[in-house]
Design a protein around this ligand. Structure first.
Ligand code: GAL
Length: 690
């Protein structure tokens, strides 16, 4: 059994059935050389385990488990359900998913499955039962890995079985069809339904979908995927009640409410593939780390998959990690609460779709730089794991800043039609990045969380008016915290009916205002419109619009900030101050002088509201106000490019830049055992400050 709090783990996905059996000895030798102590297998081996329906083979797997156990390597045993074998799809074609266009997807890739299919679920259940009985008590098995990236490629299917399940789900939610008609406002466009049997999934449609139907479809999709996981979890808990169960999450994966999913698992594990070409990737590493820790409510987690160097699947190009980044980003994940760093995959595939994806053992084997990096990280993790008898693995980072996160609110933003597209994921990432750039570790919290102890709570775009959120915020305001709420806020009720009395609804007591109009400011077509040439276009060259002049805001002290695409007519109540106004220039000049960012003293705390999606400078300005109001001290700011994170008594100093950083005094880096007076380019050092 795996006690995640005992040590730091290192390894990756191990897919030995791609290779002749005799590669196992070399793999084990190399795993020992690299310090690997945990591998995940056999994630995609359903066809090897059950080559024909009802014919199960576990001998090969047991032989591998025996050898790994002899070598002291533990196994995160996967249930192998992520890619059904060809015979299953052939015998039961109704298990193949149907896309939004009504096209059935075929065999030849992976995850070709209908999540709601009773036949598929029965076959999966039988496989997992057989596997748990055959291998669940093997001493090498430390934990269970359910499926793989649930809902990654196929999260929804538009087949008859799923549509029937959707109807039953709706019947249960609404009780009778009249309630559904009211909630979905079906009088509009003659969408009224006479019975649940008339309802369809939101397929490819002539024009816009009904947003309430879409939101319910997303809720149903999430419930269906969680149920699919629970089929396996229930079998595993029955047959091997003592083994912990996990599955791999994918950051903010849109289709599944990860708060709900995590509540059924013992361990959260995540897969994270920041693009090395993106300068904000270090922020994304921190985002993924903060999120995975938060989904487990502060427990240590596993980084289940990342690359050693690069992926092969980005349509926009696949940049390789620069020297130092594999190690530094991995240690950043440890700093954020990971007790295991695992990669996709152990040995680079000899063929197939992922042959050009990096791995721990590249095609060229030990001669590559990647192998040297892999061994170096294994050594660092082993040293850190041993230090002070495992103190690091037992301690966790703590945060004074929280960001409220709710999947339903994200689905609502994705389901609404206009007035402008705001990406809920981008809002969350942007606000996390702002707090991270200011030097903070951040907890993500659900809307109904207990927020005691946080000094700053950020709520990016709570579009669904939520009483639960209002109640949690009231409690943190009583403790004197600062709260930052941003647009879009309180536009819809839970069923996507618009709030009619001025937006903000349940949150207006907190924000001290309501919003009476939206002033969308889209610039989407700017490139096309920019064909206008003022040197010859006498009239159109004189027309100013939101596209020619982006949204501007002016703070009380006269500083200019830039807004995004969302603006609104804010009506503050008595006691609410205006901190920034729209204008004077740009399209927002039409509303010059009216409030854009406000501050409201509420209970013992302060609520800031931003009626736009701010650019980085605006976010950092507003965050600084909140930091001050929430009583967060001004910590010394590390030099540019340097991230400092604390996990218990350990301090991780990560130099993300291309310049070495000189330290005030020399220190012993626990990850290498060396005394250093500089943090090298793209390097991380770990020190102990007890
Ligand atoms: C993950 C997946 C792995 C592998 C990896 C490649 O999404 O779980 O099996 O495909 O991506 O980056």
């Amino acid at each position: 059994m795996l006690h995640l709090g005992d040590a730091l783990f290192y390894g990756g996905d191990y897919n030995p059935d791609q290779w002749p059996a005799d590669i196992l000895e070399e793999d084990i030798r190399l795993m020992r050389e690299a310090g690997v102590n945990l591998v995940s297998l056999p994630i995609f081996s359903w066809a090897t385990i059950e080559p024909r329906e009802g014919e199960f083979h576990f001998e090969w797997l047991t032989a591998i488990l025996d050898r790994l156990h002899d070598a002291g390597i533990r196994v995160d045993l996967a249930t192998a359900t992520a890619s059904p074998p060809a015979w299953l799809s052939r015998s039961y074609p109704e298990t193949l998913p149907v896309d939004r266009n009504g096209q059935r997807l075929r065999v030849g890739s992976r995850q070709h499955l209908v999540p709601a299919s009773p036949i598929l679920r029965a076959k999966m259940r039988r496989l997992v039962e057989k596997l748990a009985c055959a291998c669940g008590s093997h001493p090498a098995v430390a934990m269970w890995h359910v499926s793989n990236e649930i809902g990654c490629h196929v999260s929804e299917s538009f087949d008859p079985v799923t549509i029937k399940a959707f109807r039953s789900w709706l019947a249960e939610r609404y009780g009778n069809i009249d309630r559904l008609n009211t909630a979905w406002n079906t009088s509009f466009w003659s969408q009224r339904y006479g019975s649940f049997d008339e309802i369809d999934a939101p397929h490819l449609l002539p024009t816009f979908h009904n947003p309430a139907q879409m939101l319910d479809w997303k809720r149903f999709t999430s419930d269906t995927l969680i149920d699919l996981m629970l089929i396996e979890v229930d079998v595993l808990r029955r047959i091997t009640p003592d083994l912990p169960v996990t599955t791999n999450f994918m950051e903010l994966h849109p289709p599944i409410d990860y708060w709900k999913m995590a509540s059924h698992l013992d361990v959260v594990a995540d897969d994270s593939y920041p693009d090395p070409a993106d300068p904000a990737s270090p922020a994304r590493v921190a985002f993924a780390g903060d999120l995975a820790r938060s989904l487990g409510h502060g427990r240590p987690y596993l980084l289940m998959e990342q690359t050693t160097a690069g992926v092969q699947w980005r349509a926009s190009g696949n940049s390789w990690k620069r020297p130092g980044q594999f190690r530094s980003w991995s240690l950043s994940r440890v700093a954020h609460g990971a007790n295991g760093i695992l990669q996709f995959q152990w040995r680079q595939s000899p063929g197939g779709a992922e042959a050009m994806h990096s791995a721990m053992v590249p095609h060229s084997g030990r001669r590559s730089r990647t192998w040297a990096d892999v061994v170096e990280l294994g050594d660092a993790l082993a040293r850190l794991s041993r230090h002070n008898d495992g103190e690091l693995a037992r301690s966790m980072p703590s945060a004074s800043v929280a960001i409220a996160l709710d999947w339903e609110a994200m689905w609502a933003m994705e389901s609404m039609i206009g007035p402008v597209a705001v990406s809920p994921h981008q809002l969350l990432r942007d606000w996390h990045k702002t707090a991270w750039e200011a030097g903070h570790t951040v907890d993500f919290v659900p809307y109904d969380a207990d927020l005691s102890g946080y000094r700053v709570v950020i709520v990016p775009g709570p579009i669904l008016a939520s009483q639960a959120l209002a109640a949690s915020l009231a409690q943190t305001a009583r403790e004197g915290a600062a709260i930052v709420i941003t647009a879009p806020c309180g536009i819809y009720r839970n069923d996507m009916s618009a709030v009619l009395s001025g937006y903000h609804a349940d949150l207006s007591e907190a924000t001290g205002l309501s919003v009476v109009d939206l002033w969308p400011a889209t610039r989407d077509n700017y490139e096309r419109w920019a064909q206008v040439d003022p040197s010859c276009d006498r009239i159109s060259g004189s027309v100013r619009t939101v596209a020619t002049d982006p949204l501007q805001l002016t703070t009380l002290s006269g500083q200019t900030l830039t807004g995004g695409v969302w603006a609104e007519d804010i009506r503050p109540e008595r006691g609410t101050d205006t901190l920034a106004t729209w204008g004077p220039g740009g399209a927002a000049g039409d509303y010059a002088g009216s409030p854009a960012i406000t501050r409201h003293p509420w209970k013992a705390g302060t609520v800031f509201y931003a009626g736009t999606d701010l650019a980085p400078l605006g976010r950092s300005w507003l965050f600084a106000q909140a930091q001050r109001a929430g009583g967060l001290g001004d910590e010394p700011v590390p030099p540019a490019g340097v991230e400092v994170i604390r996990r218990g008594n350990y301090r991780f100093t990560i130099n993300h830049s291309d310049e070495p950083v000189t330290l005030a005094t020399s220190v012993v880096d626990l990850a290498t055992g060396q005394r250093l007076s500089q943090v090298a380019v793209r390097a991380t050092i770990v020190t102990y400050d007890a």
